[in-house]
Design a protein around this ligand. Sequence first.
Ligand code: PLP
Length: 418
Amino acid sequence: MKTYSYPRSQEIFRRASKVIPSGIYGHLGPSQGCFIPVQAYPFFAERAKGAYFWDVDGNRFIDYMCAYGPNVLGYNDPDVDEAVSKQMAIGNCTTLPTTKMIELAELLVDTVASADWAFFAKNGGDVTSFALMTARAATNRPKVILFQGGYHGVAPWAQKLGYPGITAADTENNIYVHWNNYEEIEAAVRDNPGQIACLMATPYHHPIFEDNQLPAEGFWAKVRKLCTDNGIVLAIDDVRCGFRLDNRGSDYYYGFKADLICFCKALANGWNVSALCGTDSLKEAASAVMYTGSYWLSSAPFAAAIATVAKLRELDGAKLMLAQGKKLTEGLQEIGRAYGFDLRISGEPSMWFMRIANDDNLLLHQEWIAECVLRGAFFTNHHNLFINCAISDEDIKQTFVIAEDAFRTVKERHPEIL
Ligand SMILES: Cc1ncc(COP(=O)(O)O)c(C=O)c1O
C-alpha cells in the first residue's frame, strides 16, 4: 500500500516556528500533541468534508480525531453551515445579543435531562471554571474534589502544580482522588467538613496514556447521594463525551442527575460556543458570578449549535456513533489478533481508547498507529479517539484495509516479538 509524505507540512511548520511559540501550540501541535513519531504526521490541514480532511500535501485522511471532538456531524455539515450563513447575513457580533441565544438555551433545556437553564461561553475551560465559581458562590466554600488524570482545561486551577506558570496558590483548593474509589471520596468529604463546594468529574474516566475506565456499578449513585447529603455541587464535565453517549447528557446515560453539566466540543459541530447547564437551585448563584467575554454573545455560533443539536436529535447521533464505534473497534481487534497483536479497547465505542499491549513500552503501538496514519487513517497514539456521524461503513472497511496493512508491516519488522 502506498504511504504518504509531508514535505509541504514540514516546510510550513518551519515557517510557523519562526513567528509562533512552538509552531503549533497545544494539543494540535507536534510538541504537546500525541504525534509520535512526528515524521508520520502532517501538521497542517487544507480542507475538510464529512469524515475526511486533506493536508497541505494533498493527502486525504479518514479522521478519527474529529478536531479532538468538535466534528460530530461531519465537517462542513450543510445544515449547520446554512444556519450560520443565514445568521451571518443579518448579524453576528452585535452590541446586544439576539434571540438566537434564548432559542439555544430553550433547546438545551428541552434536550438535556438535568438542565433548567443554560449559560454560554466559548471554550470548554470557560465553562468548567464557571461551574466551579458557581459552586463556590452557591456554597460559600473553597474546595473542589477532582480525579487524578482528569482534564478540565488550562485555567490555572485545572493545571498541575509544577507545570510552568502554575503557583501553589492556584491549586491549593484541589483535592485529588482516584477514579471509581468511592471510599477515598467519602474520606475526602469527611476530612474537610463544610469546605467542599464541588465534585467535578468527567462521566467516565478518559485520561491520556491510560486505558479509559467506565464508572463501576453503583459508583455514580453513591457519589450523587454523598454530594446531596453534604451540600456539594456535582458538576459533570461533558466537554468531551457530550452528545456522543446520549443527547440528554452523559449523566442521563449513566443513570444519575448532575447539578451542573459542561458542554463544548460537539455542541456546534466546530463553531465556537460552549455551555454550562444547571438546575434551578443554582440559577441564582450562576447569575451572581461575574463572567463574560468579548465574543460570548455572538449569534452565528448559537445558530450553529441550534442546527447541530437539532440534527443530532433527529439522527439519534449518539446511538449511531456508538454503533459505528463498536463495529470499528471490534473489527480492528479481530484483524490485530490474526497478526498476533493484542489490541486493547477501553472507554465507550464512540470515543474509545486503544493500545497494543504486546510490549510494555508502547513502541509497537506507536509504530502501528504511525503506519495507519501514513496510509490515511488519522489516529493519535495516547489520546482517546472519536467517531462522527459521517463515518460510513465504507470508511470503516477502508480503515480495516489500512489497519491490516499496518499490522502486517509492523509484524514483519518485529519477528522477534510477534
Ligand atoms: C473533559 C474536558 N474538559 C475540558 C476541556 C477544555 O476544553 P477547551 O480546550 O475547549 O477549553 C477539554 C478539552 O479537551 C476536555 O476534554
